[in-house]
Design a binder for this molecule. Structure first.
Ligand code: AMP
Length: 608
């Protein structure tokens, strides 16, 4: 976090005690710069015009103060948040749910295109305090009179420039026209094109402009690289890095106190000498922990920004930004923990696809590009492991003690009548122990459908060419003919099975029990759906978006399959067609069968 904010703590702000409690629960140590500035302003009831992108903590920057100002006794919409996409609406609604954990009786409702009106209307009728939605659907509900905004006290425009880019600005203005004149507005945008400035001029009243100004700095002597999080989980990536990258000592930065402890424990379990360092640890203990790193008793510290500020340990050769920092200045502070005393250092940043903008902002401030890096593959790691293992054996060849073992093994050979190499191989296995020497070299799907358990995942190659083209029959509806489709979103985009089921159920108006096996690969997913999808639904699904990406659905080449017609290679007999929801009618309330894919229809539910 930047230094000018270091004196402000969450406790200094006049947030409701229930919210301060949550911040303690989730382990936020300090407000991010955008939070430090917008929370007090919004708490005072002023309008805010904030320039901030995803990853800066802007959701909490508006959610915490506006939640503090709600009157929970009134069961009417008091706060409306407009977001450009359905995913963001769900994400923001979930964040509200988290931050309002200790606010009794609180209700938030995400409303977005694609989901059935009925669910949203039912929830609206029950009474909600906060609505988070995409402009078009919010407008529909307002027009139909189902969403009444006369009790609205505040409105947030989140990612306003994205809403402009996606052509929603007229809808946004329409909504702004309808809300009561006595209301507070917070407008957040990563960039400030003139159309957004115009909206701000027209609708915001004397806004406090919040822009986190970055001083241009250079970080000399530090090699900076970033890894685009994809395919591997961050923990696996870090473990590979620790194995492949020659380092002396390392600081791994995470965002929360809780994360320092969790990650340090995981690294310890993987055999690394590691400590957690966070603001809950008393000062004298912190000094001891740093002392342990300095004198080589440990090699890794997993830390938050606050505690690591000013840390000066010469042997720190590497800084890993496991969680991207909330602002550029924090990044500069973090990487400055290496390259001390005239030495060179290495800084590695993990960036998820949604955090790319923050990466760009960092590059602009440090006035240099950060080089992309590849994580070492399982094959690279295995080559190193083999090399090291051989070296270990060779180092042992010249040792005197072998004389004794020579005798002993000669006896084994004579007694058992086996070849020397057989004995040697057995000993190598003993030396290695339970943990296999090599990593599996074929990547597994990042998230598998639970029903896929019966397969041996390591045996299948996860590439487009070899993904199984044939669908599986539906266990619950063996009569329905299924086909396998491909959608262009995968684990690299952080998609979950629930997102996919939700999008397909909404766009194809298909009861979710007819959505079959889902297999998520690195950059795409296969999903089994009833054969013979009508053309217009297919087109709608092509355009539908999940995790900010178009589904771009396509049919894989396999034959239609249904149970009983095992393999059904001929594929001529048409199976029964599944039920589609009549006229956007009721969604399946819940479907059991323990499918990993059953979560999404609860997006609305989760928020209750
Ligand atoms: P956002 O920019 O709102 O998408 O937030 C990015 C991430 O930062 C989310 O995972 C938040 O939970 C996390 N976050 C937000 N504020 C803080 C904070 N003050 N300290 C630590 N993590 C935070």
């Amino acid at each position: 976090m930047s230094q000018d904010n270091s004196s402000i703590s969450f406790a200094d702000m006049k947030l409701a005690p229930a919210l301060l409690q949550v911040l303690e629960d989730v382990g936020y140590e300090q407000p991010s710069p955008i939070q430090a500035k917008s929370i007090p302003t919004l708490l005072e009831g002023k309008d805010v015009l904030g320039q901030a992108q995803t990853g800066t903590g802007k959701t909490a920057a508006f959610a915490l103060p506006l939640l503090s100002r709600l009157d929970l006794r009134k069961r009417e919409p008091q706060l409306l948040v407009l977001t450009p996409t359905r995913e963001l609406a769900i994400q923001v609604a979930e964040a509200f749910q988290t931050y309002a954990r200790h606010l009794k009786g609180f209700h938030v409702l995400p409303v977005y295109g694609g989901q059935s009106y009925e669910i949203q209307l039912r929830q609206l009728k029950r009474g909600v305090h906060v609505i988070v939605g995409t402009p078009g659907r919010v407008m529909d509900h307002m027009r139909s009179g189902k969403l009444r905004v006369n009790g609205l006290r505040a409105l947030v425009l989140d990612e306003a420039d994205e809403m402009l880019r996606m052509g929603f600005i007229d809808d946004v203005e329409w909504v702004l026209e309808q809300v009561p004149s006595e209301r507070q507005i917070a407008l957040f945008s990563a960039t400030m094109p003139k159309e957004i400035r115009k909206v701000a001029q027209c609708y915001l009243r004397d806004p406090v402009v919040i822009k986190i100004v970055q001083k241009t700095v250079t970080a000399e002597g530090i090699r900076q690289r970033y890894w685009q999080v994809s395919g591997l989980h961050k923990l696996d990536a870090l473990t590979r890095l620790l194995e492949a990258e020659p380092y002396d000592a390392m600081i791994v930065f995470v965002r929360t106190k809780t994360a320092t402890v969790e990650l340090a424990e995981k690294l310890e379990a993987r055999g690394h000498a590691c400590d957690a360092l966070n603001g809950d640890i008393p000062q004298n203990m912190r000094e001891r922990i740093v002392g342990r790193l300095r004198n080589g008793q440990t090699d890794i510290l997993v830390a938050t920004d606050v505690v690591a500020r000013g840390l000066d340990v010469k042997r720190i050769s590497h800084v890993v930004n496991y969680d991207i920092p909330t602002d550029v200045e924090a990044y500069i502070h973090r990487i400055g923990r290496t390259g001390r005393a005239g030495k060179t250092g290495d800084a590695i940043l993990f960036v998820s696809p949604r955090e790319k903008r923050l990466l760009k902002a960092i590059e602009k401030t440090i006035r240099q590009p950060i080089e992309p890096m590849q994580m070492p593959t399982a094959k690279d790691i295995n080559l190193q492991r083999i090399q090291r293992f051989k070296q270990r054996v060779c180092n042992s060849l010249s040792e005197e003690k072998n004389e004794f073992y020579y005798q002993l093994l000669t006896e084994v050979q004579q007694e058992e009548g086996v070849e020397v190499m057989e004995i040697a191989a057995a000993l190598a296995g003993l030396l290695q122990g339970e943990e296999p020497l090599l990593l599996p070299e074929k990547s597994k799907p990042a998230i598998g459908d639970k029903r896929g358990k019966d397969k041996a995942p390591g045996k299948r190659k996860r590439t487009t060419e070899t993904a199984n083209l044939n669908a599986r029959p539906l266990a619950g509806h063996p009569e329905v003919e299924m086909q396998r489709f491909r959608i262009e979103v995968g684990s690299a985009h952080e998609v979950k099975p629930g997102n996919i089921v939700g999008a397909i159920a909404n766009e194809a108006d298909l009861e979710s029990q007819y959505i079959g096996h889902i297999e998520i690969y690195e950059d795409y997913t296969t999903v089994d759906l009833p054969a013979g999808m009508p053309k217009e639904i297919f087109q709608a699904m092509k355009k539908a978006r999940v995790c900010g990406r178009r589904l771009d659905i396509s049919l894989l080449g396999g034959k239609p399959v249904r149970a009983g017609a095992a393999g059904n290679e001929g594929g001529t007999a048409r199976g029964r067609q599944p039920r589609r929801k009549a006229g956007g009618g009721a969604r399946p309330s819940s479907v059991k069968k323990g499918k990993a894919t059953r979560k999404k229809p609860g997006a609305a539910k989760r928020s209750r």
